[in-house]
Design a protein around this ligand. Sequence first.
Ligand code: C2E
Ligand code: MG
Ligand code: MG
Length: 728
Amino acid sequence: MSGTGVGTARAIGNGTAIPFMRRNGPDPLAAEHLRLFRNYEAMNLGWFWATDAEGRITYISEGAARSLGQTGDALIGQDLVSLFKNPNDEADAERRRTMPFQMARQARFDAIPLLVDIVGEERWWALSGQPARDSRGGFSGYLGHGVDVTKEQRATRESIRLAMYDPLTGLPNRRRMGNLLDSTIAAFRSQERACALMLIDLDRFKAINDSLGHPVGDALLKQVAERLATIVGNPEQIARMGGDEFQVILPDAHNRVGISDLANRIIESLSHPYTINGSRCLIGASIGIAVSPFDASTSDELVRNADLALYAAKGGGRGRARFFSSDLLQVAEDRRQLEQDLIDALSNGELAVHYQPILSAGSEDVTGFEALLRWNHPKRGRISPAIFIPIAEDANLIPQLGEWTLRQACMDAAKWPGELRVAVNVSPIQFASEALPAIVMSALANSGLKAERLELEITESVFLGETAETDARFAALKRLGVRLALDDFGTGYSSLGYLKSAPFDKIKIDQSFVRGTTEEGARNQAIIAAIVALANALGMETTAEGIESFDQLETMRRLNVSHIQGFLYSGAVSAADLDKHLENGKWVLKPQGPARQRHIRHTTFRKVGVIHDNHYYPAVLKNVSASGALIEGIVDVPEGTQFVVDLGEGQMVVAIVRRALQHQQGIEFEQPLVEDSNGALTTRHRVSPKVLGEAGLQQQGHNLVAKTGEGLALPAFHTTTEWNGIEV
Ligand code: C2E
Ligand code: MG
Ligand code: MG
């Protein structure tokens, strides 16, 4: 390294002076500067570059050139910007655009991370640059500095990945999905584009996780994620929200048929067996769907409404997909109100235990009673336990409610004559509690009821989380001497395996199963016969529940069921009434009811609105088919009249009256409805709330109303296509 600094710089750098070179001859300080400069470059901690006014490289440290697989000389004259390429990530790409932008403005820039354009290697440089001036003060190019930041960049991206992606499945996490949903909904709002959101919840996952262990649960979730990605296509549209909950975002999806097809394909795929470490497991999935802007205008609202739909899907028997509809909001509100009321119900004495007789099938002797909770709500009257028990379970009120019922039932039963038994329903939540045996013992001791007169009815869902604890609980209860009954057999998974492993004294065959025996003939009968035979062999009793007619009674007797319970003998009566019936030491009951079981006819009614001449009439649709329906609630409509039927949630269809009766009209839809894959009939497209809003309308509950409170001012569209034409 000899000669003047300027000379050396020229040899490398195509004529641009290094800034700290004095122009007037050699300078001892300049030599020192150069030495430091060289040393810095040699240490490869960072390097220097310079460009001319057009952004072409005039100098670049050898170290930098080397890492590009080039020499400094070869790079001279190249566009500096061309050394870098566009990263995949949008935020990184945005930063890449900053550099040329700053350079065009002749502005200074600091440590911009840029992806170097090298094939097959990922290398990041952070570049800083300062505009240089020539002797006349004009812009002469850039002088800059660069460092390799590949490691830091990787670490940053890794931490972003960790913060935005689920480490188990590699799918976006709740946070990333939240951001994506927010930005999509916000952007789509002005563009009038639709966006569907699916919430997916796995059925029975918890049972597998609990029984086969977390590593199996984790492996299962990974496979679920893979199957979802295969069906949905783009994994960036899928998120794992935590636990066994997934979300799928579907931009521009508003065709309900298409969406529900996809949902059903997802359910089908997730319901195929999984093989994990050689064991096979089976789960299911339930899906709730909401579509903006029809069901929601903000992302929060969209998530909440998809969640309500999911809740309804699960309540409707799981393994299905459900769209949000506005009545679910009312259902949720009712439920919230009931939950609030239930908290007070116990202390206000609104709850009572009633008793339904259980008889021996042969002798018709009453052998005991099932304790059934009754809630007399101050405003709503009687509310069924089928409604309030699940609410109590969700609201964590079961421990209190269950204990109260148990104590009350034991006290009442202790007063009954003879050996009459009392059967008390025990929720899986109570069963899961370690405190249950002690509570049962205390209820027996306080009431003086003998243990063998108490029967606990347990549903098979207690086996879902089967662990050593389940067995221990069974054993502890058996040690107390109480009887155990398996309730609602035939409604769930109905595995006969439970019967062998758990110490039941009785199986209660659910009324839905009993119904099936007279409806479908042999199949259910053969199953009941098999259950009864197995129960007999294991020394268990059997009770057929919900016997309402003589033909059912005969069938159950023929199948050798040992006990009968149902309205044919008696429903549940209050404790006071029961005491009266037992005054003579025995309640003699004779069957009373229809000879044959009545078949329930399913007629579906659908509340709709009819829009005619800018008036809105509430009406009811019956016998809906794809092409037409019967409509009730509007009178004296002549044949040939055309009106718009509002099916709710922005579904509008133009209809023509084909047959006019006094209170009922046969209507034909101008365009046929389509069936979504859950069998619901819908219009293919919907009218967005925005479009309705522009017409001065808004959805209120189920109805459309004028925003101003005056008459409707409907868009002048006379065909479904025209309505559809204004859908988003
Ligand atoms: P479950 O334990 O299967 O009770 C039998 C249900 O069938 C009762 O309904 C009973 O009134 C009804 N039933 C009896 N005979 C007939 C019939 O001939 N026809 C028809 N259609 N129904 C009949 P209920 O009282 O409405 O109770 C519903 C469910 O609520 C019960 O089903 C039980 O799971 C739950 N439940 C009731 N009381 C309690 C309680 O104290 N604790 C808990 N955890 N659950 C309870
Ligand atoms: Mg029961
Ligand atoms: Mg039952």
